[in-house]
Design a protein around this ligand. Sequence first.
Ligand code: ADP
Length: 263
Amino acid sequence: AEEGLRQAQKMEAVGQLTGGIAHDFNNLLTGIVGSLDLMQTRIRQGRSDQIGKYITAALASGHRAAALTHRLLAFARRQPLEPRPVAVDALIAGMEDLLRRTLSERVALDIAAADDLWPTLCDPHQLENAILNLAINARDAMPEGGRLSIAAGNATFGTADARRPAGLAAGAYVRIEVTDTGTGMTPDVIAKAFDPFFTTKPLGQGTGLGLSMIYGFAQQSEGHVAIASEPGRGTSISLYLPRHRGASAAPRPPEDEAEVPFG
Ligand code: ADP
């Protein structure tokens, strides 16, 4: 029964993916076809001096469609997870330059980690990708500037623990909390935020894949991701990854081809 349910959920996700792609592409194609149509009309009217703006509009839609396919291909090519022991504090410290370059100058960056931080077991590349995507979302939510804080700490939850986030099994975790002072999210947006292709960003700017990928990564790592957000105040996203007990963590993931962010 559980296998059947999982299969049904998978089919639902595939349906959402294809539906989302069809929707975005249809919008972009409508833009291209509409511009070509207007161009043809102007040429028939002998006003071909006026087609410049339609060419510009068609090109812009075409470029956005191409960018969307690139992101989709990168999404489809996703590598299977390769979990290994990870020192999250070292991993985040190694991303500091990248994060500063990603954020605008008007956004202050705070990074903090507990001294006795446990190692976690997860795919370090996927974790870097997740943190980068969270930072991109935070940047987009703070066009006027603000503060982005990334804090890593240990968290243990018992079975009867009232603080245990819904959906997270009892146990020991490393919590990575990414907090911004941006626009925040309405309850409506929070409810849909993890859906593939859900985005409130302008067409061609958001893919709606960032949080759904992070959700999948957290689930597959036997962790969890939770959103706390308030419109006008900001957003805090907590990523829980299981504590690793055993051999020590590698300080840094091996250098490899950079991954495409999905912010
Ligand atoms: P994308 O960033 O491409 O839109 P995501 O899946 O990463 O896709 O995010 C989905 C939506 O969730 C965003 O469009 C935005 O409305 C909302 N969101 C995500 N992160 C934040 C944040 N830090 N602050 C405000 N809204 C956010």
